[in-house]
Design a protein around this ligand. Structure first.
Ligand SMILES: [Zn+2]
Length: 73
């Protein structure tokens, strides 16, 4: 009887460890992307995610207003 208990305990432990390592594998890329993709507006210097930034002729802006202001000069 004790043998079966040990086997069940080992299986539960293995499943638990596999699930934990699988969860770990999923999370880091999400965190890295958040930190990596920050860019700076050319006009006001504000930092914003690359996906929200405006790109024009290789220059980065936070909004269309600042893009136009920079192209005017
Ligand atoms: Zn700006």
């Amino acid at each position: 009887m004790t043998k079966y208990l040990v086997v069940i305990l080992v299986i539960v432990l293995v499943v638990y460890l596999l699930r934990r390592s699988a969860a770990k594998r999923v999370e880091p890329p999400r965190e890295r992307r958040k930190v990596e993709d920050m860019v700076r507006c050319r006009v006001c210097g504000v930092n914003l995610p690359r996906s929200e930034a405006l790109l024009s002729r290789g220059r980065i802006y936070c909004c269309d207003e600042h893009r136009r202001a920079d192209e005017r000069d």
